[in-house]
Design a protein around this ligand. Structure first.
Ligand code: UD1
Length: 362
């Protein structure tokens, strides 16, 4: 069986890593080719993760880079079609909800190649998010839909996806957390001036939080207030850094830095090490909502909705949007030891990739 799997952006890499590892062991049964679309190209957003997560070098890099949604998606489609025609795979695997995910599924399905979508069925019900459009469309044209939580199965059924295409397998991202926790067991915190359980980790990159000057200004002021009570480690995506400079907010960032470490994107192992010993996490990332739930670390998510509701219903996550008052409310609750406790959702057990590969082989 010839399988092409696709990665494009940073959050794809921790999802593909366990699948590549398991498929590697099925040598003889599966010939696996890895295609990188080049949606993310910075070392910190791509190469670092390949190395740390031991993902094999991509067999093909489409090198598409940044652009508007139409430009990026269109370029990926044109280049990926050539790859499909050359390699003639039996199946492609796409993960998550980024532009690379929809672009490659669309190309494959029109050429009659089967598509497996890992992390299918998640819905924020917010169509202003580009990821929501990518999820709905990818699921509509996929042949095998692998889900991480029970509600995703319900969402797919409601959209008319036949039962026999849906497989509840667990969470490949948690496979990677479990695999890497061993690696960092005896590793020191990545910054000298941090103490165990005495800091919060913050990441921020969603357009809804960082593309509007007013919104970003309010968020930075809120972080400044919080930094007076708890040490912060703030890891900023290039999109956020670019906007901080464009809006002239460097001073606001340096105000916070009296009690914060402010850095660019961190490597996977550094981030996991930080999260493991963090008192709490404040984020707008999809992945971190799930990782904190698995680790049992309180998570305040700066979004109005989440496509990963089990992190709220079962895990440690709460939603505050970009409203500083709601952020302070939960922060105070946390500081006074009144934050909710969570549990680990079903099948987040480190074996999702094995289940997926078994099903693909059948
Ligand atoms: C993409 C995903 C988002 C995911 C995020 C994780 C889509 C629609 N969005 O958002 O779901 O949460 O990745 O990181 O696919 N840039 C760089 N270096 C890079 C890549 C991008 O500096 O290697 C900058 C460029 O200015 C670029 C901007 O970031 O224009 C946005 O990149 P893009 O890939 O379009 O979206 P992300 O915001 O990264």
């Amino acid at each position: 069986m010839k399988v092409i799997s696709v990665v494009g952006a940073r959050p794809n890499l921790m999802k593909i890593a366990p699948l590549a590892r398991v498929m590697g062991k099925k040598h003889g049964q599966i010939t696996h080719l890895l295609v990188h679309t080049g949606q993310h190209y910075d070392h910190d957003l791509s190469a670092t993760f390949f190395k740390e997560l031991e993902i094999p070098e991509p067999d093909v890099n489409l090198g598409v880079g940044s652009g508007s949604h139409a430009e990026q998606t269109g370029k990926i489609m044109i280049e990926f079609e050539k790859v499909i025609l050359q390699y003639k795979p039996d199946l492609i695997i796409v993960v998550g909800d980024v532009n690379s995910t929809i672009a490659c599924s669309l190309v494959a399905s029109k050429l009659g190649i089967k598509v497996a979508h890992v992390e299918a069925g998640l819905r924020s019900f917010d169509r202003t998010m580009p990821e929501e459009i990518n999820r709905i469309l990818t699921d509509a044209i996929s042949d095998l839909l692998f889900t991480t939580e029970e509600i995703a199965n319900k969402n797919l059924r409601r959209e008319g996806i036949p039962e026999e295409k849906i497989f509840f397998v667990g969470n490949v991202m948690i496979d990677t957390v479990i695999h890497c926790l061993e690696k960092i067991e005896n590793v020191a915190l990545p910054f000298d001036d941090l103490k165990e359980n005495d800091y919060a980790v913050i990441t921020l990159h969603r357009p809804s939080n960082v593309d509007n000057p007013e919104v970003l200004r309010n968020i930075l002021s809120a972080f400044h207030s919080i930094s007076k009570k708890l040490k912060l480690v703030i890891a900023l995506h290039p999109r956020t850094m670019k906007n901080v400079k464009a809006f002239g907010f460097e001073d606001r960032l340096s105000q916070i830095s009296h009690n914060a470490i402010i850095t660019g994107p961190l490597g996977y192992l550094e981030m996991l090490r930080l999260n493991r010993s963090a008192r709490m996490v404040i984020t707008d990332s999809g992945g971190l909502q799930e990782e904190t739930t698995y680790l049992g670390i309180p998570c305040i998510t700066m979004r109005e909705n989440t496509e990963r509701p089990s992190t709220i219903q079962i895990g440690t996550n709460v939603l505050v949007g970009n409203d500083p008052d709601r952020l302070f409310y939960y922060f105070e609750k946390f500081m006074s030891n009144n934050f909710k406790k969570g549990q680990i959702p079903p099948l987040w057990d480190g074996k999702a990739a094995e289940r997926i590969v078994e099903i693909i082989l059948q």
